[in-house]
Write a protein that binds this ligand. Structure first.
Ligand code: SIN
Ligand code: NI
Length: 261
């Protein structure tokens, strides 16, 4: 099991700015393997993952995504549960244990591609306590031309806002107005395949449209501090589990992937 140790500076950067870029979290061989697994997953018709882009509607122009691909592809599941990713998430949050919420294959398709509008992730998640975060691993080199991400530094300190519709544009100036993020300049993060960002569920983020001929592939995994409790909000992953509000989101679909030594 590989142990991925972040520096104090990296951890402090994440806590101050609400995101961090980590280069080469995957080796070139791992990138090739995961690209293959993601392509196999996206072209398969396994029935355990959740395909929320199947209708090819407005959402598909923003993202073609498959949620919980780990349930349909064993090789892919090794990456969804990768200890290196989870341990980095644990160190960034400073929790004893970090648990898996779900994974997403996130493809921005060529053609009539739309940007992913400014939003926070946390308002979509059925969690009471903040702290959950995402890793976003690039499986293609990404820049402004094919869907790289942008973050507003420090915007996680704004707290939880209302969820945004991902099929509608969000005016950043209006969104940040009256908050500590007002007037903050976004940071654009270009990445090589195999590099990643982590972002706090409360951090404002955006992704450019894909103007190239090829899909932009990324693996995102959402982690939550162990013990995070269910808020009762409707959500595709928790709805079938019959949880009671206030109960920890735990059990077979939410393994703890890394613990403090
Ligand atoms: C994207 O991959 O385009 C957006 C990812 C996110 O919203 O976290
Ligand atoms: Ni997001």
């Amino acid at each position: 099991m590989s142990y991925y140790l972040l520096t104090d500076e990296q951890i402090a950067f994440y806590r101050e700015h609400g995101f961090i870029q980590l280069d080469n979290i995957l080796s070139p061989d791992e990138v090739l393997e995961l690209q293959q697994y993601m392509d196999e997953l996206m072209s398969s018709s396994g029935d355990r993952a959740v395909d929320n882009s199947a209708s090819r509607g407005a959402y598909y122009r923003v993202l073609n995504q498959r949620v919980n691909g780990w349930r349909d592809h064993g090789g892919y599941s090794r990456y969804a549960f990768h200890h290196r990713f989870a341990e980095a998430a644990r160190q960034l949050t400073g929790t004893q244990g970090i648990a898996f919420f779900h994974d997403h294959a996130l493809l921005k398709m060529p053609g009539d591609s739309q940007p992913t509008p400014w939003h926070q992730d946390f308002p979509y998640w059925p969690m009471n306590e903040p702290g959950a975060l995402s890793i976003w691993v690039a499986l293609d080199d990404v820049d402004e031309n094919n869907g790289c991400m942008r973050f507003v530094p420090g915007s996680h300190k704004v707290g939880k806002l209302d969820p945004r519709k991902l099929t509608e544009e969000t005016d950043l100036e209006q969104y940040a107005k009256g908050t500590v993020a007002e007037g903050r300049a976004p940071v654009t993060v270009r990445l090589k395949a195999g590099s990643c960002t982590f972002h706090n569920g409360l951090t404002f983020h955006y992704a450019h449209a894909n103007h190239t001929e090829k899909p932009r592939r990324a693996l995102a995994i959402i982690y939550m501090p162990e013990g995070t409790t269910y808020s009762g909000k409707k959500h595709v992953i928790t709805d079938p589990q019959g949880l009671t509000p206030g109960q920890p989101i735990a059990g077979p679909l939410h393994p703890v992937l890394a613990r403090a030594k």
